[in-house]
Design a protein around this ligand. Structure first.
Ligand code: ADP
Ligand code: MG
Length: 326
């Protein structure tokens, strides 16, 4: 069955009946606007991300469940990068009339499973028909105490630069998908990113990061965004980049410049943050208590620009500065 035969309201009803009730939702799907009750004393954080078929995803690579999870995960990652706690989201869809109802059901299943895992509620959205492929737009709302929110503008010369998890796997996975590989560690990092929600929240609550961003455009590009807001420059030591075992084994076979995947490849959805050197011990304890990992990869300085240096002192040069839409 295709969604045209279901109709707009049939379709909304089908999504609504699966959306779980949660705290703070006075009124969810079904009225002109949702009525939400933020926790007292917290500022609201709101973020939105749009995913377009053919630009952000390829339906021949991803399962509907993966696409549902990833659509929400990229927003959860932005919220984590502010140090916020995610609470509610809106889902807006542009659907080709010929879309399959089974596809939609599976997409919603993946998305709502991700929502459950992070305690966030689907409270509304919008639904339209699309003449140019599938369009997914999610707006996620979260909250945090005003003084705990982490911005991009707080990095200072002498601060350490840290990143969670590992870099480059997603870009490697996309390259593998283009070459016909359909599974493995890197492919799943690309199709099924894990947002670092507890890491971002706990770092912020402990007041550790001076600046934070999630790595969606590529390490160098996103570090550049921190510097645009904070001023100063940065030096990154290439031999300190956290690379997964899978990446070390497979990237050199596929790519003659594997470091470019880790430095400039997008969509890792790791957290990149800076902190005063005397807070590193606290950060280490926090990560070991979470069974998660963070690595110091360099330092903020007072110069301009970013230097990425090999152990020999030679600097990395590339024209590839991360994903750009225009
Ligand atoms: P309006 O005409 O006021 O925009 P709609 O008919 O678009 O209202 O939406 C009716 C209800 O369904 C609203 O609560 C809206 O938030 C919700 N809704 C619409 N599309 C979606 C969707 N894709 N996912 C979740 N909720 C949706
Ligand atoms: Mg509407």
């Amino acid at each position: 069955m295709n969604i045209a035969s279901l109709g707009e309201f049939g379709l909304i009803g089908r999504i609504a009946e699966r959306a779980a009730a949660r705290d703070g939702v006075r009124c969810g799907i079904g009225d002109d606007a949702a009525a939400l009750e933020p926790s007292p004393g917290r500022v609201q954080l709101v973020t939105s991300d749009m995913l377009l078929e053919g630009i952000h995803f390829d339906l021949s690579f991803t399962t509907p469940e993966q696409l549902g999870r990833k659509s929400l995960a990229v927003n959860l990652s932005d919220m984590a990068a502010m140090g916020g706690k995610s609470r509610w989201f809106l889902l807006s869809l542009g659907l080709p009339a010929a879309s399959d109802v089974e596809f939609l059901d599976r997409f919603v299943s993946g998305m709502l499973a991700m929502a459950d895992r992070h305690g966030v509620a689907l409270v509304g959205g919008d639904t339209c028909s699309s003449r140019s492929g599938l369009v997914i737009s999610i707006t996620l709302m979260g909250e945090q105490l005003a003084e705990k929110v982490v911005y991009r503008n707080g990095a200072k010369p002498g601060d350490l630069i840290c990143v969670t998890g590992s870099l480059g796997d997603s870009a490697l996975g996309l390259e593998e998908l283009r070459r016909g590989v359909r599974e493995g560690g890197a492919v799943s990092r690309h199709l099924d990113p894990v947002p670092r929600c507890s890491e971002g929240l706990l770092l912020a609550e402990a007041g550790i990061p001076s600046a934070m961003i999630d790595v969606s455009d590529g390490l160098l590009a996103d570090l550049g965004h921190i510097l645009e807001c904070s001023g100063g420059g940065a030096r990154v030591e290439i031999d300190r980049l956290p690379l997964s075992g899978y990446f070390r084994d497979h990237a050199p076979k596929l790519c003659n410049d594997p470091f470019s995947l880790a430095l400039a490849g997008g969509e890792d959805y790791e957290l990149l943050f800076t902190l005063a050197p005397d807070r590193w011990h606290d950060a280490e304890n926090l990560f070991s208590s979470m069974e998660s990992r963070a690595t110091v990869i360099g330092e903020i300085n007072a110069d301009g620009g970013i230097q990425a240096a090999f152990p020999t002192g030679e600097l990395y040069r590339s024209d590839h500065k991360g994903f750009r839409h225009f």
